[in-house]
Design a protein around this ligand. Structure first.
Ligand SMILES: Cc1cc2nc3c(=O)[nH]c(=O)nc-3n(C[C@H](O)[C@H](O)[C@H](O)COP(=O)(O)O)c2cc1C
Length: 553
């Protein structure tokens, strides 16, 4: 609906952090009252999945094409393990918490996942909720035997998990997390030679397909907003012999599931919320996906880029694909003195350019609309300063016009390629303003809510998009933009691990200060996310345990 567009514009404006004031959120947090991080469906039959990812191990970005693995319990166990499964248990004193293969703002994990399958050996046909705590499936609804085989993965968000800590800004975090989750699925599927692709299905139909609209199966409390699951996206996992369902097949599945008998009662997320943030539900409502949302995504640029260069062949100790995904973590402290090798830096930037047919890009088949502001702090051989990385020709044009015009606003504006023969020309990296390192670090720290990680990393990024232009296509494009930013963050997390360094997503930044520094407050550009990459300083106080201590792989 057209009135949803100004609503979402207003939501984004209202949930910006300013130097003078943060977006509305709870004043104080009682961590003992944190919403439940895991949901279960009591009474639903459970099927334990194998911890099978290591069976399929191969090098990260293996240049040799592998035959795709058939869909079965082992391969599905591997995909779910490497996308939403636990990666470790951490403990410090009396506190113990789980980490997962996908990151999440505040480690609050709003994203839930559901498998919808038919004709897969070892699995009952129907809808299953994935429980990461036990690495098992909880069977929600059974389909009648017969029908075309399919393998679909549906995602939802329990937004209250984020709203509990972050208040009104939480809807953004759910969408950034969703983007990370999409990347996690795409890379997990890549290990098996599969592709994950979204299906054109609107939010309302997705809610019915996954049983999210079945209020009788969810806890009845005076605060329904704590328990609701917001429908997000349906993906086809394209394994051998499992093409995406046609629109007619999808409709037949929907009709069958409407008539199916559903099993299991959802566990309680929060019995006693201390706050209410109705804006979150309103923003979700206003940005729901229509059925034809895929067709409204702008087409990706047809010019093929050179293939992503292979990772450093001398880095013999680079972990394999599955190991790399499991060892991904957010750095909490970085060593500000260690520089990043230039080729690793350029490779990471290159990995952020869309190559529509290779993972992870098919999971978000849109033209690149998020472009990057770089705070290059310590990269060998590059002068510290502010740089811009356009991710499409249209982005390059818009960035040059709005942020880097040749009007002397910034000194030193020049394509880095002109200075640095090592910079791959197709990156189109723009040096906006060389700065003293200390000044740059002060700026990066201040803009990222005074977080040291933004100043001590080797480089920090701001994610910029022309919001008005995107929203003109529909209010749901707000979700698509934030998901694109999250997907870029997931690429950086994994490419940083592959380069022997580490990354951290930064959801807390002063939106208005970022656009003010760039002189683009009025130009329609908005800041969506920050990220930093650097050399980790390990924290020896925190102990690490295996993700599933009671199970052997
Ligand atoms: C969208 C998003 C925003 C985040 N924002 C911050 C942040 O502002 N500061 C920070 O230190 N970590 C931030 N993180 C990192 C999370 O705290 C981290 O992912 C979570 O604690 C789980 O740990 P792990 O990534 O090591 O699995 C963010 C992560 C995501 C995905």
């Amino acid at each position: 609906m057209p009135e949803n567009i100004p609503f979402i514009q207003n939501y984004h404006a209202r949930t910006r952090h300013h130097f003078e004031a943060y977006a509305a959120g709870p004043g104080q947090l009682d961590w003992d009252a944190q919403p439940a991080p895991f949901r279960h469906f009591h009474g639903a039959p459970c099927l334990s999945l194998p911890l099978s990812a290591d069976q399929f191990e191969r090098p990260w970005h293996d240049p040799a094409p592998t035959a795709a693995v058939p869909a079965g319990l082992d391969s599905i166990g591997a995909v779910l393990e490497l996308s939403f499964g636990l990666s470790a248990w951490k403990s410090w004193g009396p506190s113990r918490w789980a980490l997962r293969c996908n990151p999440s703002s505040g480690n609050l994990h709003p994203t839930e996942s559901y498998l919808l399958c038919r004709g897969i050996p070892g699995l009952a046909d129907g809808v299953h909720h994935y429980d990461p705590l036990q690495h098992q499936l909880e069977s929600r609804a059974l389909l009648n035997p017969g029908g075309s085989p399919c393998l679909l993965l549906g995602l939802s968000s329990i937004m209250w998990r984020e709203a509990w800590k972050y208040g009104e800004r939480a809807f953004r975090y759910c969408q950034l997390d969703l983007g990370h989750a999409l990347g996690a699925i795409a890379y997990a599927a890549q290990l098996l030679g599969w592709q994950a692709r979204p299906l054109a299905l609107g939010s309302e139909r997705l809610a019915k397909l996954l049983g999210l609209n079945r209020s009788e199966d969810f806890p009845s409390t005076p605060y329904p907003f704590t328990e609701a699951e917001e429908p997000e996206i349906l993906l086809a996992l394209q394994a051998p012999g499992l093409p995406p369902p046609s629109p007619g097949q999808l409709q037949a599945l929907e009709a069958e599931l409407q008539a199916a008998s559903w099993q299991g009662q959802a566990s309680l997320i929060d019995p006693d919320p201390g706050y209410r943030w109705p804006l979150i539900d309103q923003a979700a409502q206003a940005s729901r996906l229509p059925d034809d949302w895929l067709a409204s995504l702008p087409a990706s640029h047809p010019d093929p880029l050179p293939p992503l260069p292979a990772p450093d062949p001398d880095a013999a100790n680079t972990p394999g694909h599955a190991a790399l995904i499991r060892q991904r973590r957010s750095g909490q402290r970085y060593n500000p003195r260690l520089p990043l090798a230039k080729d690793a830096f350029y490779r990471m930037l290159d990995a952020l350019l869309p190559r529509p047919e290779t993972a992870p890009w098919p999971v978000l088949p849109s033209a690149a609309r998020v472009h990057l502001l770089l705070f290059v702090e310590r990269v060998e051989g590059l002068p510290p300063g502010l740089y811009l990385l356009p991710r499409s020709p249209a982005g390059a044009e818009a960035l040059r016009r709005d942020i880097a015009p040749d009007d002397g606003r910034f000194t030193g504006q020049a394509a880095v390629a002109r200075h640095d023969p090592d910079c791959p020309p197709h990156l189109g990296l723009i040096c906006l303003a060389p700065l003293e390192l200390s000044e740059l670090q002060r700026l990066a720290r201040a803009l990222s809510c005074h977080q040291d990680i933004a100043a001590t990393g080797a480089f920090t990024l701001g994610f910029l998009a022309r919001m008005e232009e995107a929203l003109a296509l529909g209010a749901d494009h707000y979700r698509h933009l934030l998901r694109e930013a999250g997907l870029l963050g997931q690429i950086l997390y994994l490419e940083a691990e592959a380069a022997g360094v580490r990354g951290t997503g930064i959801g807390c930044f002063f939106d208005t200060a970022v656009t003010r520094v760039l002189g683009i407050e009025e130009s329609g550009w908005q800041s969506l996310y920050h990220f930093t990459v650097g050399h980790l300083v390990p924290d020896s106080r925190i102990e690490t345990g295996p993700p599933y201590p009671d199970r052997s792989p």
